[in-house]
Design a protein around this ligand. Structure first.
Ligand code: CUK
Ligand code: CUA
Length: 777
């Protein structure tokens, strides 16, 4: 009979015992210290705060325990992640791993998430980063619905899908025809399609073509990725692209309401200039900004979709691409001049206007969708571009142009009709203006060189107003210095009054976020646990799901497969013995039902690491190529006995034979009858304190509060787990095997401690709900 593996020092066990008992008995529940006697004036003076500072603080401060009104999803720039934060507090809540391995979420560490990253491989190469630019929330009837988030990778033309049920990345798709991209992700009103437009022209589908053939063989384009909402997946087989001239197609936006069925994509370098400083040619930047205007591409995507369905597309890399000449002849694509080197293209909430900013022009141009339709219907075109695409005269379709300042980039909309906010990169300002009547209303300096700007639901049919966030390219002197690489800076601006007020600076240390979207927090309904055994990357029940008592180690040939479980505070199995050279896969299931009870699993020196949220099943695989003794443990401080959530991987060297003498030895301390009886006494005392807590909970009607009730159920479940060890302990005591009797008795007490721990947490929460102090008796 093997002994349970426990080797804690009696001293440490004794002190732990004291702490847990003291907590259980309420010894640490001293009353809170008296409130500070300082007044607001005192604090203002001491911290040198102005009246305006105090006002700003009051506008952003979210009191302890309270939550934010909006949740922002920011591109993490070069980190290949998404940053989630609350508005107005600007507190960071999560990093979502998307294109880049991330250890805490085990992204790129467990087999399930490795499979997601593998979808993003290009030409057989792992791409372990992403230049994330534009997050986009799924929409229903033109407003965010809180279900999905999309984000693009500019460098390696890819899109990712994040499910907001659990904030995990579920899918990565690689653009089958582009070599780079920028104008993604933008979604249609009901998330039928997600746009990804090419950036730098290249031969569609890849392959080498000399630059001399740029005009004829290099192409741009826009891809419309079909989204299947039920499956939560982008479907390549139902997606298509439109071939476009070798202009650098840039940002895009879908039409909505009045402009439903259309999309808009701007472009730069319509000069089709090819640089080459080393070949003695003037650089790209000179040749790409030589003309006064570039082209806004006006696209009837509904018609394009119908033509593709009717078989008018050609296949490139087996992907349907609507040829440029077909698109031009069938009235799918039109061009309208726009001030040179434009940046953002943003459709107004009613869908009636399209605003375009020219980086090198002080104006924002407002195009009328109605006028566009009239010109198209009347076939009023000034000429065709070199590829036969009709060009509409800018004068015919312009609603107004407003001079806002230097370097206008991106525009977002207010809840108030006709009000827009535009970022001014060169001026380092935000402009508030009236796009209907063409008037500048207010400007506010920001710090420094703003790129994107974002208002609450500011690109939907129903903007919510209240705040805009400025995404600044440079922080310079805004924060404590941290070396030559500075953090990025998101500045929060209050827009609820006529005058804008800057109220918060938020450093972001992860990469250069290009864009951010914010949704009303109440529209998000993420889950707190998975159905037991879920592969969170596919949302299916994993074939490796393991229930309590069904843990096993299966060896077959050179393969070792472990089916294990995690629960406070043990990993089952606790000893894994393999032979040097074995291929090992460890499938673990977190059996917890309690909120926030995540467990980790890591094997020292084997680069094995994972994270298991309640209910999740995930697997780690490695080759046991080094013989030795390798501790494994839970890397998440999950409970009082977290450090004891441990085990051993024993990798036996080739040809190892155990000796009979070694096999007969017993590890660890041996215990006496007195030790056993002392432990039984501790169990009795602890039981008493548990009963007191339970009585308190019952007397105060805990069942009326679902979250408290869930905690109490979890606590009682922990207590219930003591039954098995108790029976074993008594069996061994009857046989006078005091070591085993004492160890099983101690296990009974471990479950009591967990029970008391959760019970006290439930009591604190209950007191909070009843308006008492957390530790009130
Ligand atoms: S782009 Cu970066 S500031 Cu990629 Cu949307 Cu304008
Ligand atoms: Cu589980 Cu620490």
């Amino acid at each position: 009979m093997t002994r349970p593996f426990l080797s804690r020092s009696p001293l440490r066990a004794a002190s732990l015992r004291c702490v847990a008992l003291a907590v259980a008995a309420g010894f640490f529940l001293a009353p809170l210290p008296a409130r500070s006697a300082e007044t607001l004036q005192d604090v203002m003076k001491r911290r040198e705060l102005s009246q305006e500072d105090i006002l700003a603080a009051a506008k952003t401060y979210v009191p302890t325990g309270k939550r934010d009104e909006f949740i922002a999803f920011s591109s993490g720039g070069q980190s290949g992640q998404v940053i989630v934060y609350g508005i107005p507090s600007m507190r960071i809540l999560k990093y979502i791993a998307v294109f880049t391995p991330e250890p805490w979420q085990a992204y790129g560490f467990d087999d399930e998430s490795k499979a997601v990253l593998a979808q993003g491989r290009i030409n057989g190469k792992d791409i372990t980063w992403g230049d994330t630019h534009h997050p986009a929330l799924s929409e229903t009837n033109g407003d965010y619905d809180g279900q999905f988030l999309f984000i693009n990778d500019k460098s390696n033309p890819r899109l990712a899908v994040i499910d907001l049920k659990d904030f995990e990345t579920k899918q990565i798709v690689v653009n089958p025809i582009f070599q780079s991209e920028h104008g993604g992700a933008f979604v249609s009103e009901n998330t039928e399609y997600v746009i990804e437009s090419a950036q730098y022209p290249a031969p569609l589908g890849g392959g080498f073509v000399p630059l001399e053939e740029f005009n004829d063989k290099y192409r741009g384009g826009v891809t419309y990725w079909k989204f299947n909402r039920e499956k939560g997946k982008l479907e390549q087989e139902n997606s298509f692209a439109i071939e476009l001239p070798p202009y650098s197609q840039d940002l895009s936006d879908f039409g909505k309401l009045a402009s439903s069925g259309w999309s808009f994509t701007n472009s730069f370098c319509t000069e089709r200039y090819v640089g080459g400083i080393e070949r003695g040619r003037p650089p790209f930047e000179a040749g790409c900004s030589a003309k006064d205007t570039d082209y806004l591409h006006v696209i009837n995507w509904k018609k394009a979709e119908a033509l593709v369905k009717a078989g008018k597309a050609k296949k490139i890399n087996n992907f349907p691409v609507l040829p440029m000449d077909v698109a031009a002849a069938e009235g799918v694509v039109f061009l309208v001049p726009e001030p040179k080197s434009p940046h953002g293209v943003d459709v107004t909430p009613d869908g009636k206007f399209i605003t375009v900013s020219g980086k090198l022009d002080t104006h924002v141009s407002v195009y009328s969708f109605e006028k566009l339709q009239q010109a198209i219907a009347a076939k009023k075109f000034v000429e065709k571009d070199p590829y036969g695409i009709p060009i509409i005269d800018m004068k015919d379709v312009l609603h107004t142009q407003v001079s806002l300042g230097l370097g206008p980039l991106h525009t977002q909309y207010d809840s108030r009709q006709g009000i827009a906010y535009t970022s001014l990169y060169v001026d380092s300002m935000v402009a508030k203006w009236d796009y209907a009547n063409g008037k500048l209303l207010d400007r506010i300096p920001i710090h420094y060189n703003i790129g994107h700007i974002m208002a609450m639901h500011g690109d939907t049919v129903k903007p919510r107003g209240k705040y805009v966030v400025a995404l600044n390219k440079l922080a310079i002197d805004r924060f404590n210095p941290v070396g030559p690489l500075h953090p990025q800076n998101h500045q929060l601006i209050d827009i609820s009054n006529d005058k804008m007020q800057l109220i918060y600076d938020m450093p972001l240390p992860l990469g250069e976020p290009h864009y951010v979207v914010a949704i009303e927090a109440s529209l998000l309904k993420p889950t707190v646990r998975y159905p037991v055994g879920t592969n969170s990357r596919t949302d299916e029940i994993s074939p490796y799901k393991t229930k309590a008592g069904e843990e096993k180690i299966v060896k077959s040939g050179n393969k070792v497969e472990v089916f294990g479980t995690l629960i406070r505070s043990h990993i089952t199995p606790e000893i894994i013995e393999v032979d040097e050279g074995n291929d090992v896969t460890i499938h673990l299931t977190n059996l917890e039902r309690a909120e926030d009870q995540t467990h980790g699993f890591t094997i020292s020196k084997y680069n094995v690491n994972g994270s298991w949220e309640p209910g999740k099943t995930a697997s780690v695989s490695f080759k046991a190529d080094k013989a030795g003794v390798f501790p494994y443990y839970c890397a998440e401080f999950c409970s009082a006995l977290h450090l004891e959530m441990e085990g051993y991987l024993l990798v036996k060297p080739k040809g190892y034979k155990p000796t009979a003498a070694a096999a007969a030895k017993e590890a660890g301390t041996q215990y006496t009858k007195a030790d056993y009886e002392k432990q039984v006494g501790v169990i009795k005392d602890t039981q008493k304190t548990i009963e007191d807590v339970v009585a308190y909970l019952k007397a105060n009607g805990y069942e009326k509060f679902p979250t408290v009730k869930a905690q109490v159920e979890d606590a009682l479940e922990q207590c219930g787990r003591a039954d098995g060890p108790k029976a074993k302990s008594e069996e061994f005591a009857a046989k006078q095997d005091w070591t085993n009797a004492m160890l099983w008795a101690n296990q009974v007490w471990q479950f009591q401690v967990k029970c008391a721990d959760v019970g006290l947490r439930a009591k604190d929460e209950l007191n909070g709900k009843l308006g008492k102090q957390p530790h009130d008796q």
